[in-house]
Design a protein around this ligand. Structure first.
Ligand SMILES: [Zn+2]
Length: 49
């Protein structure tokens, strides 16, 4: 399960409803939200091909 850093809780949280996407600069990102406060949490997964 993926985790990311929540800016609001200031701790590592499990990413809820995570969706993978590719940014303009060709990086794979997992976008989701914090299960505790609902703030958006992103995690960079690495370079896309
Ligand atoms: Zn949070």
């Amino acid at each position: 399960m993926a985790t990311g850093r929540c800016m609001k809780c200031k701790e590592q949280v499990e990413i809820k409803d995570g969706k993978e996407c590719v940014t303009k600069n060709n990086m794979r990102m997992l976008k989701g939200c914090c299960p505790k406060c609902g703030t958006k949490v992103n995690r960079i997964l690495g370079k896309a091909k």
